[in-house]
Design a protein around this ligand. Structure first.
Ligand SMILES: *Cc1c(COP(=O)(O)O)cnc(C)c1O
Length: 417
């Protein structure tokens, strides 16, 4: 069921009219549905059924503390890619024992922080990183729990910027040399091998790449077992896609079944790291129309949100559905653009969109993942507010940034007068 629906002609998030949220929180604002987040998470849990598993929500998709707390309450673990994300998880009350730490450039301070917190596992992305983690582990008189991130060389058939499991990608260790790195890791005193990991890309809309990847991974795990290295945790990463326009990604049931079947009777805990598929369709960006302008070629609808708030259209040419807050709006073919001084600052091009006049509200859908998380201050624009809707009520879970905060931390040297 969608938690973004028109009721009496006005767009609601759960039971709250978006117009009321825009009034109180201002625009632009991200608005998330708690029920939608919980449902998406529950889809994974029910999909895996009796199989031992752990869903580690990928924090980079949306790291708001309230979102993290909500997922922690459901029992989720977390996939982090920096000390900053680990800090967020801990601040939100997440269980460090359910945290996996991925990313190609972990620094000693981040490794130390994660070991102190007692995380579940490091997903190690290179032989050199293995040495660094081993070194920190020995310094701290402990064994850092590790998996090596295997690059299984599977084409996820998604946008090149979010394909990560190809031979040419910076991520992971090529399958053919990973075996030897495992043998070396097994001799290191600051490490304990606990898992094997891969992540092939994001916004995958077919099962085939997952089938291929999990097949390669299970065969690899068997080979390791034959050599005396027992793996307990198999982390298959994230990447399940969502519907932005007309995509038909596999359901979590299908996805879970595909992974589970490949594991067969092996005694492995399956870890997945979904980000987008948990929060993507659980959020929208509400924005106010500022101006209409046109020339004899085109119509432009200028809104108060911009590429600094939601980068996906300009970064990936991504499609986001755009709705009017008020249902009964005629449509017009126009570009929906923001105020930033870049031609790449658009949310839609040459699209039939609701002809909302200045002062009215437009709603950019499916903006819960990689939305606020990628927001910047470009053009000295303050970051938007974030709102969490829970049934009949809503909470501003992040205040709109202020102009004062925008220049916080900057100083002018005395010599400049
Ligand atoms: C980005 C990322 C994820 C999450 O991907 P989604 O497509 O949002 O599910 C999971 N694991 C790793 C290592 C990632 O880099």
């Amino acid at each position: 069921m969608s938690h973004f629906e028109y009721k009496d002609g006005r767009l609601h998030v759960e039971n709250v009219p978006l117009a009321r949220i825009a009034e109180q929180a201002g625009t632009p604002s991200y608005v998330y549905s708690l029920a939608a987040i919980r449902e998406a998470y529950a889809g994974y849990v029910s999909g895996f059924g009796d199989r031992t598993h752990l869903v580690c929500y990928s924090v980079k998709a949306n790291g708001n503390l309230a979102v993290l707390r909500a997922l922690a309450n459901e029992g989720a673990g977390f996939d982090v890619v920096s000390g900053g994300e680990l800090h967020r998880v801990l601040a939100a009350g997440g269980d460090p024992g359910k945290v996996v730490f991925s990313g190609v450039g972990k620094q000693p301070w981040e490794i130390r922080m994660a070991l102190e917190a007692g995380i579940l596992m490091f997903n190690v992305e290179s032989p050199a990183e293995l040495d660094t983690i081993d070194c920190v582990g020995r310094e701290m008189n402990t064994r850092a729990p590790v998996a090596l991130r295997v690059n299984p060389d599977v084409d996820p058939k998604t946008h090149p910027y979010i394909s990560t499991g190809l031979k040419t990608s910076k991520f992971g260790i090529p399958l053919e040399r990973c075996f030897e790195d495992y043998q070396r890791a097994a001799t290191m005193k600051g490490l304990e091998i606990v898992g094997a990991d891969c992540h092939i890309g994001s916004q995958l809309t077919t099962t085939e790449p997952f089938v291929e990847a999990v097949g390669r991974m299970t065969r690899f795990v068997d080979r390791l077992a034959d050599s005396g290295i027992e793996i307990r945790l198999l982390d298959m990463g994230g990447g399940l896609g969502i519907c932005y326009q007309d995509e038909t990604p596999p359901s979590t049931d299908t996805y879970a079944a595909v992974l589970g079947d490949a594991l067969g009777g092996r005694d492995l805990t399956l870890i997945v790291e979904p980000g987008r598929s948990i929060v993507g369709n659980a959020g929208c960006l509400v924005t106010r129309v500022l101006y209409h302008k046109g020339n004899n070629q085109k119509n432009f609808i200028v809104v108060d949100a911009a590429m600094n708030d939601l980068a996906r259209p300009s970064l990936y040419s991504a499609f986001h559905e755009i709705l009017a807050e008020s249902e009964a709006t005629q449509s017009v073919v126009a570009d929906v653009v923001g105020p930033v001084c870049e031609s790449g600052d658009f949310f839609a091009k040459e699209r039939a969109v609701a002809n909302v006049g200045p002062g009215g509200l437009l709603v950019v859908m499916s903006a819960g993942a990689y939305g606020f998380a990628m927001a910047s201050n470009y053009n000295a624009r303050t970051k938007p507010a974030e709102v969490l809707v829970d049934g009949d009520v809503f909470h501003i879970v992040r205040e709109r940034e202020t102009l004062e905060q925008l220049i916080q931390g900057e100083t002018i040297p005395e010599s400049l007068g």
